[in-house]
Write a protein that binds this ligand. Sequence first.
Ligand code: FES
Length: 127
Amino acid sequence: MADRALIAVCAGCCCGHPESGGPKTPPRTLKPAIRRRMKGAQLDGLARVAFTDCLGPCSEANVVFLFIDGEPVWLRRMNTEPLYDAFFAWLRAALTNGARPSLPPELAKRSFTWTGGGRGPSPPIAP
Ligand code: FES
């Protein structure tokens, strides 16, 4: 059975680099922090995480694109580790409960629209 969700975490020219773009996580912390949370969420067989080159909306760094059950979810300014705690808790609930819960407020306010759809404003978005 195929995974139901693909998480594309941008690690391109502006995302994840403290010297460019918006406020960022400390250097070299983003990938390990996400991998730890992915493992902890026990989503093997349900979701896959990949670190990608530039996804396009650099003005919104750090960008995460989630494709879940055929729906695009774009998130901007995913700059701190607690945001990934919220993300993986929500994703686990979305993939293991019968109905998908709404995004928690800290993620809902980071939701935006880009290639393929999504919810929220289109970049560039005022900070
Ligand atoms: S580098 Fe992340 S969107 Fe461009």
